[in-house]
Ligand binder design. Structure first.
Ligand SMILES: Nc1ncnc2c1ncn2[C@@H]1O[C@H](COP(=O)(O)OP(=O)(O)OP(=O)(O)O)[C@@H](O)[C@H]1O
Ligand SMILES: [Mg+2]
Length: 266
């Protein structure tokens, strides 16, 4: 099956040095891929390049066979949704209006909404547990609620590929799990391809069938959670001693930092 989004030997730097070097990844329909890596390893930069916000210095990105920067805005938004790392704070609009922005690529020239638009917004609000907050303005809800609103907007958008940059960073454990349940359902029901940047190693092991581990701008390891989440890989990427065993309840890999083992410089 052809990937919906792929990067081939992508390199990039904000200045003279390289922030990403020779990064190649494929996102396939019906697959959730988790992007792990320490602070500053290049996850957000890669997401900006995959979404066409930044141009790669070398290599190429193909979204459904074409460079993302070549798509008209609406067509692009029907194919790809992006949840950035920093949820907007000062948007002077209600949660419901903000989530409804996700429907713009499906609307006509005058922005008229259809019953389907309204139903998709209602569903996205319900799935992210925001229906009761739909009339509040974004500046008067909590950080986690705002983050759920950005995810709800992407759900309402209904794109085939979703790029989500630490979408669970501000969420409590129940809403974190709910997020991964939602993307799992969307990949199964709608065949989306999702890339989720995260720092939550054990939860990723439960939900991500593929993991890409970035370290210092290169792909240090990629594969299944069992292949990627090894003490050696985690030590090399994060400079942290961990044990990796199986969660007895689920069988998924469980990563536990080892107390008393000082973090080493990479
Ligand atoms: N706008 C920018 N200008 C210059 N350097 C930048 C810029 N944004 C990021 N960087 C640098 O590029 C590198 C990668 O940053 P990036 O934000 O992609 O990391 P990340 O893996 O997303 O980290 P985090 O886990 O903290 O979100 C870091 O060294 C960072 O300091
Ligand atoms: Mg980041």
């Amino acid at each position: 099956m052809n990937p919906l989004l792929s990067a081939r030997k992508v390199s990039f730097g904000y200045g003279a040095g390289d922030v990403l070097r020779d990064v190649s990844i494929d996102l396939h329909p019906g697959e959730v891929t988790i992007l792990l890596g320490p602070n500053g390893s290049g996850k957000s930069t890669l997401i900006r390049i995959l979404s066409g916000v930044l141009p790669s210095r070398a290599g190429e990105v193909l979204l459904c066979g074409r460079p993302p920067r070549g798509y008209p805005r609406r067509e692009m938004a029907r194919l790809l949704s992006v949840v950035g790392q920093d949820p907007p704070v000062d948007f002077p609009m209600t949660v419901e209006s903000f989530v409804a922005l996700g429907r713009f690529p499906h609307q006509g020239f005058f922005g008229e909404t259809t019953p389907e638009d309204r139903e998709r917004v209602r569903q996205a609000l319900a799935e992210t547990d925001l229906y009761g907050l739909r009339d509040r303005t974004l500046s008067t809800i909590s950080a986690g609620e705002r983050q759920r609103a950005t995810v709800a907007r992407a759900i309402a958008q209904g794109a085939r590929v979703m790029l989500l940059d630490e979408p669970t960073a501000f969420l409590d454990i129940r809403h974190r799990v709910a997020f991964y349940e939602i993307v799992t359902r969307m990949k199964e029901a709608c065949g989306i391809a999702a890339l989720v940047a995260s720092h939550d190693l054990s939860l990723c092991a439960e939900y991500g069938e593929r993991i890409i581990l970035l370290a210092e701008g290169t792909v240090a390891s990629q594969g299944t959670p069992v292949e990627v989440l090894t003490p050696g890989n985690v030590q090399a990427a994060y400079g942290l001693a961990v044990s990796c065993d199986r969660n007895p309840a689920t069988g998924a890999i469980r990563v536990t930092p080892l107390r008393g083992m000082p973090a080493k410089n990479r």
